[in-house]
Design a protein around this ligand. Sequence first.
Ligand code: TXE
Length: 494
Amino acid sequence: MSGDIPDLYIAGEWVHSSDGGTRKLINPADGSVVAVVDEATPDDAARAVAAARATFDEGSWPATPVADRAAILDRIADLLERDKEALARIETEDTGKTLVESRIDIDDVTSVFRYYARLVAVESDRLVDVGDPTVISRVVREPIGVCVLIAPWNYPLLQISWKIAPALAAGCTMVAKPSEVTPLSTIAFVRLAEEAGVPPGVLNLVQGSGAVLGDALTDTPDVDLISFTGGLATGRRIASVAAQHVTKCAVELGGKNPHIVFADAEWESSVDQVVTGVFLHSGQVCSSGTRLIVEESIADDFVAELAKRAAKIKFGNGLDPASETGPLVSEQHREKVEAYVALGISEGAKLIVGGERPTDPAFANGSYFPPTIFDRCDRTMRIVREETFGPILTVERFSTEAEAITLGNDTEYGLAAGVRTSDAARGERVVRALRHGTVWLNDFGYYTAAAEWGGFKKSGNGRELGPTGLAEYQEMKHIWHNTSPKPAGWFKGD
Ligand code: TXE
């Protein structure tokens, strides 16, 4: 990772970029250079796809006994535990998130490998009774083939592990492409996977600009599945390229997530979780609770309390244990967030806290932006409709349950939502009425490897995690075995 050690992994070999290209990675906490990594060319990407194809078609991985594949996943999990501190530090320096968050991420990554090691080992074929005792009919699962796995910058190792773990468990081969902004933890991970015994050609790695490498990775008949997490515009483009080859394409495209608070909700946990739900990782979370929808009768007091707490959040270098949240991922991203703040003001939303980059010289070299709250918002505003991916909370108010549901569903996205009420029956009604892939009732932000994750509407299609997250990487094959063949008797031949 210094320019001397190669960072691309193709057909079991660590190699430099074929044109010698590199990229400098910047620590968003202080503007320092964290590393210089190889930047793949389209040719490198095409070679990686070819390696994955040849390994799938000619190699032994797809037919490797499930128990052996599961053992490799478990070994990867062991190595993740061994290297947790080093990986967490890499993640913090690359993304800016606090070390505490990075450690949680690495634990979650480990749990995903453990989960799929267990799940794949207990999966069984399905026998189907066709009503003829001479026929054995069964549905078996087979690996889908060559997978291209494209991840974003906000949870780099976590999000690519939701793809790599089930793909390996299923017996697929793959090309992983982390975000060019934060590839370091994925490079370190692939070295662990190699050490754990993943055979050459099964897991290939290229990094670099998606715009440059995209076509080589996606516009090809050699790929059987593309799994993408990132922005809506990129997801649309990849899905349309995939459609030309009828390549299966699973996309997770973010959200604009409502957090609905009824007047009877428990006060302390509601205030605390609304703040955490939107300002954790400086709002750079696809399931961030960025739209507060609060009952009119408590709205003034509730928002005043949120503003007080938001103003006290300590942001700073993620390596400093005193920091509660880190900088935004890059200067470019900070400019995007600032543009949304300006837009909110011009749309007539009432800025009540934050909104301006810090003037303290201690933050001069980093991409810091404070927790920001806009009150008096309505759903016609772009600040309420678009994913800002920054520490911005918008506040809308409602008077009836029906209105809360209408507001909560009035978004083109549908990834996640929160509902807070002490009335269990109402909670269940509202949860069922919301069209979002995950809904938390009196909680926010939690997930587990064993439960599906993904979105309704423009938040994407397909699911990661849980049994469905493994099924995405499998084809179902129906085998009809007649143990006592006889003529069909359809055509008489006379
Ligand atoms: O995402 P991109 P960006 C949202 C968030 C953010 C916006 C853009 O609102 O501001 O998306 O972020 C690769 N073919 N989310 O620019 O461009 C790219 O290299 C193939 C939501 O980072 O979508 C990277 O690896 N790949 C989100 C990945 O796609 C291409 C998390 C994501 O990049 C490509 C992050 C192409 N043509 C941002 N173009 C979430 N859903 O969690 C780019 N890429």
